[in-house]
Write a protein that binds this ligand. Structure first.
Ligand SMILES: Nc1ncnc2c1ncn2[C@@H]1O[C@H](COP(=O)(O)OP(=O)(O)OP(=O)(O)O)[C@@H](O)[C@H]1O
Length: 227
């Protein structure tokens, strides 16, 4: 798969970010993706989540090219492959309490009025969150709590795959460790496949079954030293 962006003010020149990238993630597998800043990690993540298109090449899901799917199939793909970003605060409406935001998630997932309370309880449990957070606004809770809420929200859609783009980079080391532990528990319980993007080698190695590296637009497998 290839991806080029057009660059330049007067004359647009294509800039190749991804050149012949090939990556397969098996069900239940966690692949760590490392690479320097600007190497194209987020570009690849967005393409895999169906938020952007490759310039050429295909994204196959259960054997089907996602950009040749029927609209309803593509929508279902978008639900099956969820993404968590580095700055989840921006994904929460600052004008709504956490309770209202979680209620929206449940409604969007098709939960009726009588199931909302139970859905919110489930999200709190998955994120290991105190119900106390419900009446607060996003700027009244910690970065770790926001990331737990972000995880609980996407997991409510029961995704088959989760793409995490630097999900713990903005957090203190101790909070980072708690979120990674939570992720490990969730991975074990759900059997989800994950693509975990980080520039932090220790974090990537802790969470991943295998690690790949993106450099010069290409993917190579990254073996730990000594193997
Ligand atoms: N929409 C866009 N239009 C033009 N160029 C873009 C666009 N999005 C990203 N780029 C460029 O593509 C390259 C790869 O960006 P990308 O964000 O994918 O890298 P990254 O590896 O995730 O970087 P970081 O680790 O700093 O987040 C960068 O040079 C960036 O400037």
């Amino acid at each position: 798969m290839e991806k080029s962006y057009l660059r330049g003010h007067f004359r647009k020149v294509p800039f190749d970010v991804l050149k012949g990238v090939s990556l397969e993630i098996q069900e239940g597998e966690t692949v760590g993706l490392m690479g320097d800043s600007g190497s194209g990690k987020s570009t690849l993540a967005r393409i895999l989540a169906g938020l952007d298109r490759p310039t050429s090449g295909r994204i196959l899901y259960e054997g089907s090219d996602i950009h040749r799917m029927k609209r309803s199939e593509f929508r279902s793909y978008r639900r099956s492959v969820q993404m968590v970003f580095q700055d989840p605060a921006s994904a929460l409406n600052p004008m709504k309490t956490i309770s209202r935001s979680l209620e929206d998630v449940a409604r969007l997932a098709g939960v009726g009025s009588d199931g909302i309370e139970e859905a919110i309880r489930e999200m709190l449990a998955v994120g290991g969150l105190d119900p106390e957070v419900l009446r607060r606004y996003p700027d009244q809770i910690s970065g770790g709590q926001i990331q737990r809420i972000a995880l609980a929200r996407v997991l409510f859609h029961r995704p088959s795959y989760l793409i995490l783009d630097e999900p713990t980079s903005a957090l203190d080391v101790s909070v980072q460790a708690q979120i990674l532990q939570l992720l490990r528990t969730i991975q074990k319980e759900t059997g989800m496949g994950c693509l975990f993007i980080s520039h932090d080698e220790a974090v990537v190695r802790f969470i991943s079954d295998r690690v790949v590296r993106l450099a010069d637009g290409e993917i190579s497998s990254d073996e730990p030293p000594g193997i």
